[in-house]
Design a protein around this ligand. Sequence first.
Ligand code: PLP
Length: 400
Amino acid sequence: MAFKPANNIQDLQYFGEFGGVNPSISDSSTYTFLSAKTMFDTFEGNADGCYLYSRHSTPSNLYLGKALAAMEGTETANVTASGMGAITAVLMQLCGAGDHIVSSRTIYGGTYAFLKNFTPRFNIETSFVDITKLEAVEAAITPKTKVLYCESVSNPLLEVADIEALSKLAKKHNLKLVVDNTFSPLSISPAQLGADIVIHSLTKFINGSSDTVGGVICGTQEFIDDLRNVNDGACMLLGSTMDSLRAASILKNLRTLHIRMQQHSLNATYLADRFEKDGLKTVYPGLASHPSHDLFKSMMNEKYGFGGMLTIDVGSLDKANALMELMQKQNLGYLAVSLGFYKTLFSAPGSSTSSEIPEEEQKEMGLSDGLIRFSIGLDADIERTYDMMKSCMKALNILK
Ligand code: PLP
């Protein structure tokens, strides 16, 4: 039977402490024990169902984790205070001094900076490769490699990873395949395609209201238990814990994700199609011209479309900046980083979210100055949005 992520979320049943339709929020940082022995056992990890201290876990965080695990089809999940809190904890848990990571070179700038500048302090080295070239990925693997890291759909270039093929490579070389699925929730289910660990920044589409940061790690019970281990678990010891109030609010937003993703995808498809026909250099996985269009199609849960992210290249940073300022003035969206909001958000990644990547490397990976990344909103009338965007482009001589 086909994997149905939204059904999996809907099929969960919650009863609040007083019979409420939403689970009660656990508003405590610490928990009492009826016996000292149970407290000791809980520290040792042997007292299932007991809560110890909120950095370890809380009922609210477990509810949200359960829903996200259901969405990705993994045994369980652990929520974190941010997407970076998830990424850094996973990599620090899987790698130690002397280990090596093979990573896609087109990834979120913060992840890139962490791997390029931070982990070498712990003698963890990373080789950055073109993830769409499987020979290059395999050639970069050494006896020290522990992790293969990529984004399903990459930030900002929208390259698509062949998760099934990468999973085969990972298994062959005994590596863990870690996939950041932030750009394609519901559309792609990496664990179903063989990923060992799936990460999201909940800050983006999943929460969808640009009012909080959050993250999640979806994986096996064994790995999540390792992360929470009081003696050597990266989530427990690095402390990127989500607050219970936030977990409760994200859980409520998650329930409308399937409807929002459909609308984001519908609107992005419409705009990408029109922009391309107008002669703009447009990148969107839903376009037949995208080099990995067929691959995305072969991996996707069709109902949710090709996602809300697209890029256009308007030729220069000056033009990109002028267009973004004008579009904001016309209330077509906000000149802001991040993604997954009800309004369209746009930014020039070369000078913002990917500025951690040195200019030379940006050039090599095809990240040009005139590139604008759009996170397309939930506009009710996308034809009107298109007409207004086109007027802005005409006013600035980007389109004739
Ligand atoms: N992964 C991707 C693909 C992102 O775009 C981002 C943030 O922009 C992150 C991870 C980091 O998430 P957070 O900002 O929640 O720490």
